[in-house]
Design a protein around this ligand. Structure first.
Ligand code: ATP
Ligand code: MG
Length: 266
């Protein structure tokens, strides 16, 4: 049995059936007031990192608006609230898409908390995009070293709740299918009654992490960098997602020149 098949088997054993979307999740923590620290981030750093925060009306910002509206409509219609963001290979734009999608969703004026979780634990990057560093990262929570609320941060002026990583870890596959991960999902559900949770995931063809985590999300958003991954690689990645029975909400053709020619990208 190859590495990927083993991961699929393990994921199925850990999550024999994905819970019904409207099923009740037992709160992990009751009666606790959640305090989320707010860290001001430098708007210039955000702009340099291609994070869209201002009311600019260029092709980039328009593309992300179309994306967030389509994602939101799909999630609302299907009753979904958790979305993984992945791709076949590294560097295709998963993290930046997840960030701009989260920020776009937070600006829609719907009364939902937008939570963005860095689950690329071998190469966490969301904190770098925001130019922040905190002692308590998501892997510290998953190793049982810190509490849930210690990891949460709102990177002002972005009105999202971020669960950033800090140090890279090598045992991410085990951590991702651990009971502590299930506890994290319960804590998120218990503390944010109306929510959209985006998980920034690693590339699919380099680790088993996405396969191990896939049963925990309602759907995946699949990023393709124009001209980067081969057709075979994309097909393999999509088939792997089908093997674990996860819905694919949509595909983003990223870094496409077509966006500037008004031909759409989604
Ligand atoms: N639409 C885009 N236009 C221009 N640059 C982009 C776009 N999307 C991503 N990039 C740039 O491409 C690089 C990789 O992006 P990103 O970190 O989002 O990729 P990733 O898929 O998360 O990578 P990894 O697999 O290493 O985590 C970054 O420098 C990012 O700024
Ligand atoms: Mg990334």
């Amino acid at each position: 049995m190859d590495r990927i098949s083993k991961a699929i088997k393990k994921a199925r054993q850990a999550n024999p059936a994905r819970p019904a979307h409207n099923s009740r999740v037992e709160p992990a923590v009751r009666g606790r007031t959640l305090e989320i620290k707010r860290i001001p981030v430098d708007p210039q750093v955000l702009r340099e990192n291609r994070i869209i925060i201002d009311g600019v009306n260029d092709a980039h910002s328009h593309a992300y608006k179309v994306l967030r509206t389509r994602v939101w409509q799909q999630m609302r219609t299907r009753g979904w609230n958790t979305l993984g963001v992945t791709s076949a290979n590294s560097g295709e734009g998963k993290s930046l898409t997840a960030i701009n999608l989260a920020i776009g969703l937070s600006k829609m004026g719907v009364a939902q908390s937008i939570i963005l979780v860095d689950l690329d634990m071998r190469r966490p990057s969301l904190h770098k995009y925001f130019g922040i560093w905190q002692e308590a990262g998501i892997s510290d929570y998953l190793h049982g070293v810190v509490d849930f609320n210690e990891v949460l941060v709102t990177p002002e002026p972005c009105e999202i709740t971020l669960l950033p990583g800090n140090m890279a870890i090598s045992n991410s596959s085990e951590i991702i299918s651990s009971s502590r991960m299930q506890r994290l999902l319960k804590e998120i559900a218990a503390n944010f009654s109306s929510r959209i949770v985006l998980f920034d995931l690693p590339p699919m063809l380099q680790t088993d992490d996405v396969m191990a985590f896939a049963p925990n999300v309602d759907a995946m958003l699949f990023i393709i960098e124009e001209g980067k991954s081969s057709e075979d690689e994309i097909t393999k990645a999509v088939e792997l997602l089908r093997d674990v029975d996860v819905e694919i909400l949509g595909t983003v053709l990223n870094k496409s020149e077509d966006v500037f020619q008004g031909e759409g990208y989604y």
